[in-house]
Design a protein. Structure first.
Ligand code: DON
Length: 574
């Protein structure tokens, strides 16, 4: 890791948020999670179990649940519900997500709780009369929201958990009702979105106050607490039916949105079959369509597998160029071949087969940039805001969850009287063939809007096994950069033998076929950048990429865990 990164890491390690507030013990006897005083922990090694998430309070709640006898599934439910309160930009009950888990007995669970297009949706709903795309409508406000899946996903997960749901949701209710101290980043996010919250919501919200937010302020969310209480009292029906559903529909009616009571009542989470493949002797398990993540990951890793990446050197021009060309080809396939499998036949087996991928790399030439215009999707011969949680428990249950509102603070529409933000996930559909969405991704028929269809995702919650035993739990937000971040984190560990922190915090780069450019982080190697430019690549600095949470299980069984330095992300464990 370079020196600059180390100094950021050290200074970020122990930021303590202290205000003159009474401490609160919110998770029962002996397990104190104090929402007014908490610290960020970036790296640790634990003997038995750990949680890494985007917020210290969420990770601490997850730990407290593990210590109360919960397993990894209990911890994930409690952590995600806490994120919905303490990380309103992405943690959510108004969005959706994917859970990729492996039980200690080896059973794999791929749970899809992605949002769904409301029944009134039509293919051209974001085009004006002249056929021009109206991106503002798919990215913001009531019409951008898909039917939320998160609460259905949490209840579908609960069947693998041990503790009562009431215990798992109580910390989130308490933190919403009593408040928590916000960080500088959260204050900035809320201030930046203040106008949007006012423009896209039809009722006042706790996220907007008279004066700008500052670090150390307390955010209290009574309406969100009441919604969580209804979920505690009535289960999933506390969200999809009754008062909460009526509040959502009333908000839709005031803002010309499409979601109806029937859309909510009909929503179900679905179990899918994981994408499973081998890379250099490790077994990788990742999420299938409606995410593109697992297929892209398999394609990229398998395209580079026959090359001696390690001997090329970490982020040498040679290794980066190879990885860029694998990324370009995989993303060309994403645009044509991937969509919700219930509406579009995704040729999954072919896309990740050795023969197909060898064919895709046939025109790869070392030291020379390919041109995306010439790299079409393969021919098949057969009929910004998201957050990730990585958990392993003492029994060896592995849980990776990526969940999202899509853009930062989603649609910025807060449901009046219910206190939570709705997603703007409809923008993940291809609103018109060839027109880029907010991540610059293009698509076509496979990802066109159809009522009841789930929009194509890039989320890539991923598990890695070594000799059939748990080895890594990994995932990240970042829109279309997600699969490439997971790809590079895995290569960093497997090929370059990095520890969890270096694998996460090393600079990332990203190519997604179109636009034909390599996106890089601020601290990407200057000499590699120059060498790539000489080969014909166009590079663009986009600041930072992703916020990865990675657990690596060491040969002695200890859990080495790293939370990304790029945010307030934090680990906890025992
Ligand atoms: O599902 C997807 O691929 C996107 N909605 C994810 C958005 C995201 O990661 C934003 N985070 N920075």
């Amino acid at each position: 890791m370079n020196k600059k990164l180390i100094s950021v890491l050290v200074s970020a390690c122990f930021i303590s948020m202290v205000v003159a507030q009474q401490s609160k013990n919110i998770v029962g006897a002996g397990k104190t999670v104090d929402p007014y005083h908490y610290k960020i922990v970036k790296i640790a090694t634990f003997n038995k179990a750990c949680v890494a998430s985007a917020h210290p309070l969420a990770s601490e709640v997850g730990l407290a649940i593990l210590q109360q006898g919960g397993n990894g599934f209990d911890a994930m439910i409690a952590t995600q519900l806490t994120l919905a309160v303490v990380y309103p930009g992405a943690g959510n009950i108004g969005g959706g997500g994917f859970l990729m888990a492996r039980k200690k007995d080896g059973t794999q669970i791929a749970l899809d709780y992605r949002e769904m297009a409301p029944a009134k949706s039509t293919r051209d709903m974001y085009l004006d009369k002249a056929g021009n795309p109206q991106n503002a409508l798919s990215e913001s406000g009531h019409l951008s929201a898909g039917v939320p899946g998160t609460v259905a996903g949490l209840f579908a997960t609960a069947k693998y958990a041990k503790l009562p749901f009431a215990t798992l949701i109580q910390p989130a209710i308490d933190i919403a009702a009593n408040g928590f101290v916000i960080s500088a980043e959260e204050a900035e996010g809320l201030n930046e979105n203040r106008k949007d919250f006012q423009q896209y919501s039809t009722r006042p919200t706790a996220l907007v106050k008279a004066q700008p937010w500052k670090a150390g302020d307390t955010l209290v969310q009574p309406e969100l607490a009441a919604t969580l209480q209804r979920i505690k009292d009535n289960g999933a029906k506390g969200f999809y039916e009754g008062e909460t559903a009526q509040l959502i529909v009333a908000e839709m009616n005031r803002g010309n949105g499409f979601i109806t009571l029937d859309d909510l009542k009909n929503y179900t989470a679905k179990e899918r079959k994981a994408v499973s493949f081998n890379y250099r002797g490790y077994n990788i398990i990742s999420f299938p369509p409606p995410s593109s993540g697992g297929i892209l990951l398999a394609q990229m890793l398998k395209m580079i597998e026959k090359y001696p990446v390690k001997s090329y050197g970490f982020q040498s021009p040679q290794s980066v160029q190879l990885m860029i060309e694998a990324e370009r080809r995989a993303y060309a396939d994403r645009a044509t071949h991937m969509g919700d499998p219930d509406f579009w036949k995704v040729p999954q087996e072919t896309l990740i087969s050795d023969a197909y991928l060898a064919e895709r790399m046939k025109d790869y030439s070392p030291n020379k940039a390919s041109v995306s215009k010439e790299i079409k999707a393969g021919t098949i011969h057969e009929s910004d805001q998201t957050t990730h949680i990585s958990i392993i428990d003492a029994e060896g249950n592995m849980v990776a969850v990526t969940t999202t509102l899509n853009g930062s603070y989603g649609s910025r529409t807060v449901v009046g009287g219910a206190g939570f933000i709705l997603n703007d996930e409809m923008d993940d559909f291809s609103i018109k063939p060839g027109v880029p969405n907010m991540y610059g991704a293009v698509g076509g028929e496979a990802n066109a809007i159809v009522a009841g269809k789930r929009m194509l995702s890039s989320m890539t919650p991923t598990l890695v096994l070594q000799n059939g035993k748990p080895f890594m739990v990994v995932g990240t937000p970042g829109g279309t950069t997600i699969p490439t971040s997971v790809f590079q984190s895995i290569v960093n560990v497997i090929d370059f033998n990095m520890n969890a922190a270096d694998a996460v915090n090393s600079p990332k780069f990203h190519h997604q076929w179109l636009p034909d450019e390599v996106m890089i982080e601020n601290n990407f190697s200057v000499s590699t950048k120059l060498a790539l430019e000489k080969m014909g690549y166009k590079l663009r600095n986009i600041g930072t990429i992703g916020r990865t949470e990675l657990i690596k299980i060491l040969p002695n069984g200890k859990r080495e865990v790293a939370a990304d330095i790029r945010g307030n992300d934090s680990v906890a464990g025992y």
